[in-house]
Design a protein around this ligand. Structure first.
Ligand code: SAM
Length: 555
């Protein structure tokens, strides 16, 4: 008996030594526990002492995992021809998948495993977006498990879709950020962590009573070890509307500065006549007023040109000046300017490095997302609440991916903001990026036919073709003369077929269309069966014993 107890004590001591070797337990603590184990009078006492060194709390995320419901059916893509459209055969065809993103991601894996360059998601962490499911999401820790449990299997699929240089971004509010950070660490690995940046939601809401909540977060993870960040534009590019023969080197230009000002220190040397394009110009527009000023009737600050005579001569020669509405303007080029105090061109870098504070700029606020949606639908921001501004997704994509044929996935597509960014980027640089959006057809008070039908598909149709599905053009953007993006859209629904159902025309082999997965039609049914079995796993078990298919194949 004594020997047995000693052998057991040795085993307990060996376990403590292993933990020291694994750096889970301090050696000094283990030594103390070992001494106490040796002196202990019973095995029960020895076990209790050893437990002090063998039980430890694991840090990290613990949540109550709720698995996706198992199903006897196979989910597959079915094209919705009435919502799909082609505007230009030579341009990219994008995808909108209507339905739950879990089967959507499983189906995407067939064609896009390790091929997605950027994933952006904005999961439904608010009360409204998941309806009843999220009603109490914030009230206690248990219901937060719903959000994490829902995301967990989807992120595991997303990781398999991401390319080796790909990046995944997640927008998340302050209440859930810490949990989703831990979840991302768990799925993608802490070493894949790239960034956690605040993003401005709104500017206002300040009060002396509380601290205004004016930001949420974007988390970023990548599987790449050598990601290269690109630069962001220094200025608001929408001001740079014009171009001349120097566009390649000087970039586009803005016309925001007149050559004459009335608020500069007066000097007669800067108050002179300019002859340009066959016309004569005077500061402030009037020759008589100029003469009065020359005769001493002027203020300390008064109308003068901003440039000296020689600078104006240089400006005319080098196409830096332009006449608009009878006034002379200096062109503000994106990539160059007139060197201060010299008649020379100075080239400037129009970009700057992104920082973790880049996204607190007002252009990323929710107001801009609302304005965008309001220009596509009357009351757009009432129909769909809190759309993100496309400036956010555009900058995120731009920041980490310079590929012009990148594939960008958003599996909580919402109103389609990410798609708009991809189209915008393509229109700017002639790229062939492709977006893939997944969106549940969630019915809400403002979207009786579901968000995907009432908002997502309609937004894409309007911005890509310039028309609504009924052919009308009555939305603000169209009225304002917006030029549509003219790319193509395939809309898929997620359909399901029972894998046990063998009625003619209802089996997986009859309904799954391989062309929707980027393949050519199979010549032989046998090949199709093989492909379906390999890719739509639940079918496999059934088909292996399915004599009728083997027979059909042999006919
Ligand atoms: C916060 S919104 C995304 C908003 C989007 N970023 C935008 O700018 O419009 C989240 C969206 O995910 C959708 N959603 C929720 N669960 C989903 C699921 N399982 N599959 C697909 N979409 C889902 C919701 O219907 C909601 O429209």
């Amino acid at each position: 008996m004594e020997n047995k107890i000693n052998a057991s004590k040795d085993m307990l001591i060996a376990e403590l030594d292993r933990r020291v070797a694994d750096k889970i337990l301090e050696k000094s603590n283990a030594d103390l526990l070992k001494k106490l184990i040796i002196k202990s009078e019973s095995l029960t006492e020895a076990i209790s002492i050893a437990e002090l060194g063998t039980t430890y709390k694991r840090t990290g995320l613990h949540f109550d995992k709720r698995l996706e419901k198992p199903s006897n059916t196979i989910s597959y893509f079915k094209k919705n021809n009435s919502l799909s459209f082609v505007t230009n055969q030579l341009k990219t065809t994008h995808k909108l998948i209507i339905g739950d993103n879990y089967p959507a991601l499983l189906n995407l894996l067939i064609q896009y495993r390790h091929s997605i360059d950027v994933i952006y998601i904005d999961p439904p962490y608010g009360k409204d977006s998941l309806g009843e499911f999220a009603q109490t999401n914030y009230e206690n820790a248990l219901t937060r498990d719903n959000l994490i449990s829902m995301l967990y299997p989807r992120l595991i699929l997303a990781k398999q879709l991401l390319s080796s240089s790909g990046v995944i971004f997640v927008s998340i509010d302050d209440r859930n950020q810490a949990y989703i950070k831990c979840l991302m660490d768990e799925v993608f690995g802490e070493s894949s962590f790239l960034l956690n940046v605040p993003r401005i939601t709104k500017k206002g809401g300040k009060s002396t009573q509380t601290i205004a909540k004016n930001n949420d977060y974007v988390l970023g993870y990548t599987l790449s070890s050598d990601i290269v960040f690109s630069q962001e534009e220094k200025t608001d590019l929408s001001k740079y509307k014009y171009e001349d023969q120097y566009v390649e080197t000087r970039g586009k230009y803005a016309l925001t500065q007149t050559l004459d000002y009335d608020s500069l220190q007066y000097s007669t040397g800067m108050d002179y006549e300019i002859e340009f394009e066959g016309k004569k110009f005077y500061p402030g527009g009037s020759k008589e007023e100029m003469e009065k000023r020359h005769n001493g009737i002027h203020g300390v600050t008064d109308w003068v040109w901003r440039w000296s005579k020689s600078a104006v001569e240089w400006g005319i020669k080098n196409d830096f000046l332009v006449v608009k509405n009878n006034r002379i303007y200096t062109k503000s080029y994106l990539k160059c300017r007139k060197k201060n105090g010299k008649n020379e061109i100075e080239f400037i870098d129009p970009t700057k490095a992104f920082t973790t504070l880049s996204f607190i700029d007002n252009k990323y606020s929710n107001d801009n997302g609302k304005k965008e949606l309001d220009s596509i639908f009357d009351n757009g921001s009432v129909i769909f609440k809190n759309p993100k501004p496309s400036s956010l997704t555009t900058s995120l994509i731009n920041m980490v991916c310079s590929k012009k044929d990148a594939i960008i996935l958003d599996f909580f597509g919402g109103s389609g903001t990410t798609a708009q960014s991809v189209l915008e980027l393509n229109s700017k640089d002639g790229g062939e990026r492709q977006f893939i959006l997944c969106q549940l057809n969630e019915v809400t008070d403002t979207t009786p036919n579901g968000i995907a039908y009432d908002v997502t598909a309609k937004r894409l149709k309007r911005i890509m073709t310039g028309c609504c599905y009924d052919g009308t053009k009555d939305f603000k953007l169209a009225r304002d003369g917006f030029v549509p993006y003219k790319e193509n859209l395939d809309v898929y629904e997620i359909n399901s077929v029972a894998n046990f159902e063998k009625t003619e025309g209802k089996t997986a082999f009859d309904v799954i269309d391989e062309e929707l997965y980027g393949l050519k039609k199979f010549d032989y049914l046998k090949d199709k069966i093989q492909w379906v079995c390999n890719n739509f796993e639940p079918t496999q078990i059934i088909i292996e014993s399915d004599e009728s298919y083997i027979k059909r194949e042999n006919e």
